[in-house]
Design a protein around this ligand. Sequence first.
Ligand SMILES: Cc1cc2nc3c(=O)[nH]c(=O)nc-3n(C[C@H](O)[C@H](O)[C@H](O)COP(=O)(O)OP(=O)(O)OC[C@H]3O[C@@H](n4cnc5c(N)ncnc54)[C@H](O)[C@@H]3O)c2cc1C
Length: 553
Amino acid sequence: MTTFDAVLVGSGINTLTAGALLARDGWSVCVLERADRLGGAIRTEQDYTLPGFTHEVMSSWHPLFQGSAAYAELADDLHGRGLEYVNTEHPTGTAFPDGSAMFLGTSLEANVAEFDRVAEGDGGAWQRQFEEFMGQADLSFGVLGTELWSGSGLGLGQRMFRRLGRRGLLEFAGHALGTCRDWTQATFRSEQAHGLLAPWVLHTGLGPDNAVSGFMTQVIACAVQLGGMPVPVGGGVKLVEALSDIVRDAGGELRTSAPVRRITVSSGRATGVVLDDGDVISANRAVIAGVTPTQLYGELLRPHETPDDVRDAAARYRYGRAGMQIHLAMDEPPRWTGPDADRLARSAIVHVTSGLDGVSRAVNEAERGLLPAEATIVAGQPCAVDPSRAPDGKWIVWIQLQELPAGRVKGDAAGELDVGDGTWTDELREAYADRIVARLGASIENLASATLRRIALSPADLEALNPNLVAGDIYAGSCALDQNLLWRPFAAAPGHRTTVESLWHVGASTHPGPGLGAGSGYLVAKELTKPPVHRRLVARLPKVSDFTSDTSR
Ligand SMILES: Cc1cc2nc3c(=O)[nH]c(=O)nc-3n(C[C@H](O)[C@H](O)[C@H](O)COP(=O)(O)OP(=O)(O)OC[C@H]3O[C@@H](n4cnc5c(N)ncnc54)[C@H](O)[C@@H]3O)c2cc1C
């Protein structure tokens, strides 16, 4: 069959989720993936470093998916197809250079005590901000879970206005625009509390001095307390398999090694795609592209198929800082140093940084094209949540670095490494990985002696695995305010509808941005499967039974 209701380009979390929801609703679906496997940035490799060690090569942590609307709707289908989540009460902590540490867990009471431990009064501040946030959580999460340029977006705005009033709405928006630095410093006395929260802003694609980073830090901090740090038993591949099986079980197709070269357009409407090998696959109802704007408007569509201003704006779409991954197989669990060693060993994600200013400095150095002198090390410990990832008694470390230059490396802020012509050679990657591992070794005393094997992936290696990660930007586009929220992917074509009829744009480059929340795939699938207007109006009319039950009272 070469004609489907929907053809989806790429097999990331968003297209897979959209495909599963459409397939469940009776659509015939075809997912086309250029790589040799499905999943995009979800890539679980067994025996990756050594036999018996299972690594998440890229994304690892699933709080966004487990908290998503897509999961709420698909959970039974996914669990019925083998997906199982495990979670932890110890999602995160920060290890500071002086050997001290601070933690954020899943218990409000314990978090209040932890904030008070570092500074009397900060516990109350944590509780107050949490309660205030929860009072408006439907609005905050609503901004991230709504198609903003639509009737629902307007409805959300009206709901905010009715609840908060003009002044309250202005205050809410003003608060949302603030920086992580301003919010953490105004809320908590302790610098350790700032250092606990600030690294989380990196996971939203921002830095602590960017607009909106205060709101994002608060959203993530509260979400971590509410949701912990779940991972699928056996790795993210289990989620990919379960979503793919929903599509297959409904008669859909998923093809790997099937790069899409072009989207076909006839009379202003998307009609299907052409693959690199010349195969044509037709779409009766929708083409859903999970790619960057650069690829969508610059390669997959021909110039005359989109307005000039949209094409020009897409060509100016900016990519953000690059990322790097380092994977370690260890002969034994890590022995963290300091009085909180045990708690650090139990934590899913430990940030190693000197604090808010340390994160700010490293972000600034990366944004100026430099390798940071002291990067924020995101040390993930999957075995602390899912011991099946390594043989008995062994361990893996998932290290993520999010403060690397976008594009060419201009120099080394520490003045130590020769960056050559600024391209990511194997030598530069390994030399930088050496620096990171040596710094982490100051916090984990057996890191060097227990490491059995290391694999590092530079920004160039990441882009080679997935072309959406342009120049190693793990979030497929800068999340600065002019490319975020109402403006994502960019002001000339915000949201998911495109200027070509029946062509929809999803993925990390689109609202609500990067992460495993599947938000864009969900929103588009819901839009495509919503009942026609007349049926929705009829559904709102009172039923005959409403009247008959009245009379029987
Ligand atoms: C290293 C790394 C670590 C991360 N860690 C986390 C984490 O722990 N938790 C979290 O929530 N988020 C994490 N993220 C972010 C999150 O994984 C991504 O934002 C999300 O997976 C992106 O999903 P997507 O739907 O945009 O598609 P992607 O995952 O980007 O997949 C797109 C797919 O489309 C394919 N494709 C592109 N062009 C074509 C074409 N022309 N034809 C056919 N196929 C094509 C690509 O090969 C790719 O497989 C991480 C990201 C990276 C890169």
